[in-house]
Design a protein around this ligand. Sequence first.
Ligand code: NAD
Ligand code: MG
Length: 392
Amino acid sequence: MKRIAVLGATGSIGASTLDLIARHPDRFSAHVLAAHRNVEALVALCLRFRPAWAVIADAAFEADLRQRLAGHGLSTRVLAGSAGLTEAATLTEVDTVVAAIVGAAGLESTLAAARAGKRLLLANKEAIVMAGPLLLAALSAGGGELLPLDSEHNAVFQCLPGGRPELTTAGVRRLVLTASGGPFRGRTRTDLAAVTPAMACAHPNWSMGRKISVDSATLMNKGLEVIEAHFLFGAPAEAIDVVVHPQSIVHSLVEYLDGSVLAQLGHPDMRTAIAHALAWPGRVDAGVRRLDLVALGQLGFEAPDRATFTCLDLAYAALRAGGTAPAILNAANEEAVAAFLDGRLPFLAIAEVVAGCLDRLAAEPVRDLAGLLDSDLTARREAQRIIAAMAG
Ligand code: NAD
Ligand code: MG
């Protein structure tokens, strides 16, 4: 029996993870469930999964959570705040931590799980984008293993020999990440001037949280994934390509020196990647529809429209600049996306905010967590200044 801590249990990845745990009660148990501040949703999950621990990241809701759990006669113990998240990620009885919090808020618990030598199932791509070198150091110090949940990186992992080898020794020429192109594929800048949050969140293939849905619409999601792939697999920027594949059936590919190209295919359902990582090196039924190639008929591929969706190249630029540049990119993007979702910023201005922050703030070497959090905060302040100036 593997005991799982699901950080971000009330989100989209959290729901897919819990669906798999429910399908395999003999193999996996939900030992910890953590959420931000939706007490009602967390209590409902506690009633269903009976975890040993529940964590509410916003400590203002701790008393409410305790009261409601007790009201239902549940013996689930409660932790709160960011210290509570870290404690939950490092409990000795926990084997596997599913890092499915969205944004920089997931960084510290992700690092703590890595340091504690857990099997880390990483969905929280912002954590590795911000703090790649620190996360890799924490993983090797802890002696645990990282398995990517992001579908593209999970696909690459599956197409590499023995998981995460040295790429040059393994004869890898390049990694090719697929992108659906998002809801605005084929649109011009003029078309995009007035798009709303609801339009940006209506993804054609995947059902996801609002932040990553906007990132998919700007192609920043693919940019973050290029940086994620760099840290996960040790590939330089020149060896990571992006191809648009509107059906989201091929989840990514690995090209080898001999001309072989290996791909991982499946329906766009996150349960495949999560089941792979939960059961690795075994396999379990994920409840996902089987692929019928004849019914699919054709798969399409095209180049990304880099002139319209400039966030992709901003991410490549941040990766090439190195140091804290990816953290600056991520922080600026988080602020800009939140402003867009609030109706305070037009869609096309998201890229302008990110570009402005990358221009104005110099990248520095990543030394430690404190320095990194400082860069994150500076970038957020700069982003807010640019957003306010645009509104005025
Ligand atoms: P979501 O918005 O549906 O869920 C986010 C979860 O994080 C919720 O449980 C929420 O309670 C928690 N959370 C939010 N802010 C928090 C805070 N400050 N402290 C603690 N917890 C907090 O998001 P999602 O779509 O499930 O995505 C989660 C992560 O997985 C993101 O990093 C995303 O990029 C990544 N990811 C998601 C998908 C997908 O299909 N949804 C695919 C690949 C990667
Ligand atoms: Mg992805």
